[in-house]
Design a protein around this ligand. Structure first.
Ligand SMILES: CC(C)(COP(=O)(O)OP(=O)(O)OC[C@H]1O[C@@H](n2cnc3c(N)ncnc32)[C@H](O)[C@@H]1OP(=O)(O)O)[C@@H](O)C(=O)NCCC(=O)NCCS
Length: 171
């Protein structure tokens, strides 16, 4: 018996698909950018090997606990969005593509996909200074459930967290 084809999600402008090794260069360009990584849980990737390891953990994450996607625009990886470990979502987009609604479009597709399966709720952990991310999640219906101080050490600096949650709408 052959395995079912991997899940893909189509939106008006984007394809959400599983990560492959060929995404390395495009992802490294995104994850080496200090501004894009300003509120990520790790410093910008200093070398290709750091991104290679990160990509390997995305590709190798078990389907029972992970549901993560590459955001693909016209055949090129421009970001990632999904849950490396359900139910927590994480995403980033190449800086040159910010401000065009791509992240919102991808998030709406992912939420619909997640809630069409077993997932009853999604959560996010966001740096309170990350206004673009908070606005995106708020537009998608996520609501704040709490805050905490000094939750992440990234390089030398400690960061805080806003916790958000989106429940699956009642059937
Ligand atoms: C968080 C992040 C993905 C948001 O990207 P984004 O492009 O701002 O998000 P959206 O896709 O929702 O786009 C919304 C913007 O596009 C504009 N826009 C343009 N065309 C649009 C369209 N067709 N539909 C919707 N919005 C559109 C909106 O007006 C809005 O602009 P504004 O931010 O000036 O108000 C991006 O800032 C990022 O990658 N940040 C770094 C990584 C990060 O911090 N990730 C979160 C950690 S979990």
């Amino acid at each position: 018996m052959t395995a079912p084809p991997p899940t893909t999600l189509k939106t008006e402008r984007l394809l959400l698909r599983r990560a492959v090794e060929a995404d390395l260069t495009a992802l490294h360009e995104i994850m080496a950018d200090a501004q894009t990584m300003r509120f990520w849980s790790t410093p910008p990737h200093a070398d290709l090997d750091t991104t290679r390891q990160w990509l390997a953990s995305m590709i190798g994450a078990p389907a029972s606990t992970s549901d993560d996607f590459i955001i693909d625009l016209d055949g090129v990886a421009i970001g990632k969005l999904g849950a490396w470990r359900l139910p927590e979502i994480g995403f980033l987009l190449a800086r040159r593509h910010w401000g065009r609604g791509y992240a919102g479009e991808a998030l709406a597709a992912f939420v619909a996909h997640a809630f069409s399966g077993e997932v009853g709720f999604l959560i996010a952990d966001v740096d309170p200074r990350n206004t673009a991310c908070l606005a995106l999640l708020s537009r998608a219906g996520f609501r704040e459930t709490g805050r905490a101080l000094n939750t992440w050490q990234v390089g030398e600096a400690w960061c805080d967290s806003v916790y958000l949650r989106l429940d699956r709408p009642p059937a």
